[in-house]
Structures are given as structure tokens and as C-alpha cells.
Design a protein. Structure first.
Length: 161
């Protein structure tokens, strides 16, 4: 039998009973992304703006000779912009054989969580967040929202949102 957890039309494969997530903070909220998608965690780098790019695209950067598109997760989630001098980190993820860099406020630790504790998105979760979330984990002190990289990196490139 195929052991799957289905949330928001996306499948989180449960081959093992434990899943590992790289945690990050955006505007105070804890998010996680499956560790298998993360290529690298980077300190702030020069991000070159791209003219006429969608608002979510912070620009591009050079990652070991490869041009990578940087996505501002705050803007993607509909949050207020980070102050210009405010610190940030970059999380490089693979999506459709390409590398993207997620611009987040900070990167935490890798959490190993039981698939049995994984839950569907609460009905009161912001609709913008529901479309980019696989589901949640209720931790002792807060919620961990598990990001769906495919939906997070799929947005209207016409800029008409």
C-alpha cells in the first residue's frame, strides 16, 4: 500500500515515518522545507535586480558560477517588505532541475518530525499561505508551516496577479 499524506492537492511521500525539514523564519513565522530539496544555505550576497520581473523576484545572484533567481519569500507570501538594512539569509532549493534562492529572514535548524504528527492546513490559515503550504506541524511553542516548493516557485510571471 502506498503510504501518502495528502494536503492541498500535494503529496508528501511518507516512505519513512520521520521527515527532515530545514527551518526558516519569515516575518516571525516558522516555516520548514523538506531537507532533500535544499541545496545550500547562504549568507547574504549581492542580488542584482531584474527589470520587469514579477514582484516576488528579488533578482539574480551568482552561486558558484551559476546564475540563480532569488525569490523574496516575504513578497511571495503577501507580507510587508524587509527593511533595507535588515539581515536576511538565502536558502538554495532545487525545482524542476533549476536552482532558486529563497530570501528569508533567518535559517534555523534541521528538525526531524514524525509523519504521524503532520496535519492539513488549518481553515483559518491565510489563503496566500495555504496555496504554498503542504500542511503543518504543531510544535510545543508554535506552528511549523511546511512549504510546498512547487507552488511557492509557481507564480504569475505576467505581473498581473
Amino acid at each position: 500500500m502506498n503510504n501518502l499524506v495528502v494536503a492541498n492537492k500535494t503529496k508528501l511521500r511518507a516512505a519513512d515515518s520521520i521527515k527532515d525539514f530545514v527551518t526558516m523564519r519569515v516575518a516571525g513565522q516558522l516555516f520548514g522545507i523538506p531537507v532533500m530539496l535544499v541545496q545550500d544555505v547562504l549568507r547574504p550576497q549581492k542580488i542584482t535586480p531584474i527589470p520587469l520581473a514579477p514582484k516576488e523576484v528579488a533578482g539574480s545572484l551568482n552561486l558558484r558560477g551559476r546564475i540563480v533567481t532569488a525569490i523574496d519569500v516575504r513578497k511571495r507570501l503577501g507580507l510587508e517588505a524587509r527593511a533595507e538594512k535588515e539581515k536576511y539569509m538565502l536558502v538554495a532549493v532545487e525545482h524542476k532541475n533549476d536552482i532558486y534562492s529563497l530570501v528569508v529572514d533567518s535559517v534555523g535548524e534541521v528538525l526531524s518530525l514524525s509523519i504521524k504528527d503532520f496535519q492539513a492546513n488549518p481553515t483559518n490559515l491565510n489563503p496566500n499561505w495555504q496555496q504554498v503550504s503542504l500542511g503543518i506541524y504543531r510544535l510545543k511553542e508554535e506552528l511549523l508551516i511546511v512549504l510546498d516548493a512547487e507552488n511557492l516557485l509557481s507564480f504569475d510571471v505576467s505581473g498581473k496577479r
